[in-house]
Design a protein around this ligand. Sequence first.
Ligand code: ASP
Length: 344
Amino acid sequence: MQVLKFGGSSVANAENINKAVAIIKNKKSVTKTVVVVSALGGITDLLLKTAALAEANDESYKIILKEIEDKHLGAAQELIPVQQQSSVLSLVKKICNEVEDICNGIFLLRELSARTKDRIVSYGELLSSQIIAAKLNAAGLAAEWKDAREIIVTDSNYGMAVVDFSATNKKASTFFGASAASLFIIPGFIAADKNNITTTLGRGGSDYTAAILAAALDASVLEIWTDVSGMMTADPRLVTNVKHIPQISYQEAMELSHFGAKVIYPPTIQPVMKKGIPVWIKNTFAPEESGTVIMNEATATGTSIQGISSINHIVLLSLEGSGMVGIPGFSKDCLKHWRTHPSM
Ligand code: ASP
């Protein structure tokens, strides 16, 4: 079993989806394959914008909804031969109508809860995964689409739900064990709580979905397909003479990602590290480039530092004073106060 994940830029439009499909086609014959996909690049932000406009009672949310619908219809039309288009086009229309109904509700009530926000953003991955599944099937690669909400179980902490690994692992092995398919397409980022209410795993969470499934299924490898050829010794936008890191340990990758390296969503490492599953970071736009492998050992580079990451817009608050002695939660309250009165 292998798990491949394609991020937003890898599936941003029909041209990029075709590149992802070529990679899947190439890999598929090797073993059973689970493909996890993000929403088309930029769609999650557009869905959040739509919901925020509706909450602000601004009717222009309808314009953005139309933009979202057109983007998906256009991609489906470009990817799938005309004779096979009708079912995927009506599915896209149906999903977009559902988003519109929810936004109309938000507009009327002027209210947007974290739970509803999760529901709204879930449509990004639902749309992309259904279109890609249809494309694979049209290309003769029999692919079974499965809703991640029927496998990944979380608590009800909307926006950043915590995974219930024992329930999830059971559901994953039952489903994948029973299915005769050899290629699966799963929407990343989304999950469901015990009451089947949609939740999400945090922004960038599709990497995490892929890692959760890889660990649950004891996959031999997890490949994260993105728009860069692996991890670098520093942020190439800030530093000119960066070097490519061919191999890095789980601990180092976890540290770099926690402290600003954008290439992988930080919680991703934990589940695969526990099982010792190697994670490859590969470039959808340059698949021939070697990428970076994250595994138990780093390459012996002769230096103790593999890379340097950085985080922008950080403020260090130093609190002191006798008033805080013995008062639990003091620093949290200070932070809350500072957020609402940043000039203090
Ligand atoms: N679509 C989600 C986001 O933009 C999740 C992901 O792409 O990993 O945050």
